[in-house]
Design a protein around this ligand. Structure first.
Ligand SMILES: O=c1ccn([C@@H]2O[C@H](COP(=O)(O)O)[C@@H](O)[C@H]2O)c(=O)[nH]1
Length: 235
């Protein structure tokens, strides 16, 4: 699936709030608190495996766009069928890890469904030291670029990378593919376990189509104000 050029999207269509909470009631209260200001939510393992898959359907019925971030990584047969199942949930986006076999299977599973499959290139929590520890000899930037090229060859719709690599990714994928960047930190907010971070303004300038934000909004004393401040920075 190809998106309209990112310049045509409103900031509210480009901000994805990660519902990283461990129960449905907390998720419902965050969605109520953020109201019409937030249009796109991400549900990952934390909520998904705590009753959140039913909640996904509720979000879809309430008119929200949902990014089901399950980061699939399995043999091709299972990935293909898993993605076909996710396509039936009515979510807009999902993720697989960026290994060629997995990505080719995911592209087959999503064919004709309208589901946007994103390839997670190098997790934004990983540093150069972490990559060395995993046995990689390439830098994060080189690995992201190589995996982005492989994702395009596999027929994947978009890329997840840190904003630090967004410009290089954008140069490879062209203007209309999704470049989704977690690891977003407004100035002064704690990085936590993220290592490759950028501010919302920097991420947009680097060519990100979508920004994923969790803790800077979830942990804010006034979540609505935090979301509005990020949207203002993205405009
Ligand atoms: O490389 C990746 C891929 C996904 N994520 C997800 O984004 C959010 C980030 O949350 P913060 O609290 O803003 O750090 C989280 O749901 C991750 O699963 C990522 O961080 N990096």
């Amino acid at each position: 699936m190809i998106l309209p050029s990112q310049t045509l999207l409103q900031p509210a269509d480009r901000l994805i709030v990660g519902l990283d909470v461990s129960d449905r009631r907390s998720a419902e209260s965050i969605v109520a608190e953020l109201g019409d200001t937030v249009r796109v939510y991400k549900v990952g393992y934390q909520l998904g495996y705590a009753g959140g898959l039913d909640f996904v359907g509720e979000l879809v019925r309430a008119g929200k766009r949902v990014f089901l971030d399950l980061k699939l990584h399995d043999i091709g047969n299972i990935v293909e069928k898993g993605i076909a199942g996710i396509a039936g949930l009515g979510v807009a986006m999902t993720t697989v890890h960026a290994t060629p076999q997995v990505m080719r299977a995911a592209a087959r599973g999503a064919e004709g469904s309208g589901l946007l499959v994103l390839a997670v290139t190098v997790l934004t929590s990983l540093s150069e030291d972490d990559l060395r520890e995993m046995g990689h000899t390439e830098t994060a930037a080189a690995l992201v670029e190589r995996r982005t090229r492989q994702a395009m060859e596999a027929g994947i719709g978009g890329i997840v990378a840190s904003a630090a690599e967004a410009a290089a990714v954008r140069a490879i994928v062209g203007p209309d593919r999704a470049v989704v960047t977690p690891g977003i930190r407004p100035a002064g907010s704690a990085a936590g376990d993220q290592t490759r971070v950028m501010t919302p303004r920097e991420a947009i300038a680097a060519g990100a189509s979508h920004l994923v934000v969790g803790r800077p909004i979830l942990d804010a004393p006034d979540r609505l104000a935090a979301a509005r401040a990020i949207l203002a920075e993205m405009a």
